[in-house]
Design a protein around this ligand. Structure first.
Ligand SMILES: Cc1cc2nc3c(=O)[nH]c(=O)nc-3n(C[C@H](O)[C@H](O)[C@H](O)COP(=O)(O)O)c2cc1C
Length: 205
């Protein structure tokens, strides 16, 4: 009887362990994809973590999502603010499609929902994001835009994303002040939490 009890306990323990490890290994069907710059940024001086990166990490933490940072192949973006605005303006005027690094790009087909974030650059998505939108198939996916900015809000990110990816469903976006990302993270976290719960996401923390 005692042996049977020990055996049962061992079997139950193995089952419990395998259940937990299954939960740990379970792949997320949510991705947070973002573009963000360090260096000198408007109103915040030189930063070592980009404003949009901070919001992206909060979303990933609260939803249990995977993260993918869109990085330029050949990083031609200056680290000083004025020079960066010049390069960004030239790219926008030229409707450039700067190349991004696909080496770390996950297989988008495994994700049902993709949060997509970037700084507002001259009232629009940075041109590199259009390269991503136009070079991949987002058919049937839920795409959720978010921006960081210094006054322009979401700048039509949602409408422009829907135009670039007409076969995706674009949901309500979020706009956060870049300065708040550096200096008022508790309130940013709260805004992210409220937005996510409005979209129907449970807090995964
Ligand atoms: C090239 C460039 C253009 C910008 N254009 C705008 C703009 O049109 N409207 C706005 O509100 N903020 C604008 N900003 C401010 C950024 O959107 C803001 O600082 C953002 O939080 C930077 O995010 P990041 O650190 O993730 O790159 C601009 C900044 C840069 C560098």
């Amino acid at each position: 009887m005692k042996k049977l009890f020990v055996l049962l306990t061992v079997v139950m323990a193995i089952c419990a362990m395998s259940c937990f490890s299954y939960a740990d290994d379970e792949a997320s069907d949510i991705l947070v994809m973002y573009f963000s710059r360090t260096g000198e940024q408007y109103t915040v001086g030189v930063i070592d973590k980009g404003n949009t990166a901070i919001v992206a990490e909060m979303i990933a933490e609260q939803t249990g999502a995977d993260l993918f940072e869109v990085l330029p192949v050949d990083d031609h973006y200056p680290m000083t603010y004025n020079a960066l605005t010049d390069v960004a303006k030239q790219e926008q005027n030229a409707k450039a499609r700067p190349e991004y690094d696909k080496e770390e790009q996950p297989d988008f087909s495994q994700y049902e929902t993709i949060f997509i974030g970037a700084p507002v650059w001259w009232g629009d998505w940075p041109m590199i994001m259009y390269t991503v939108f136009e070079n991949n198939d987002f058919t049937g996916k839920k795409l959720i835009p978010f921006s960081t900015h210094e006054g322009s809000g979401l700048s039509g990110f949602d409408r422009k994303l829907q135009n670039a990816c007409p076969d995706a469903e674009v949901l309500t976006g979020l706009a956060i002040r870049g300065n708040d990302c550096q200096n008022r993270q508790d309130s940013v976290k709260q805004s992210v939490e409220d937005w996510l719960s409005g979209l129907g996401f449970q807090n995964a923390q």
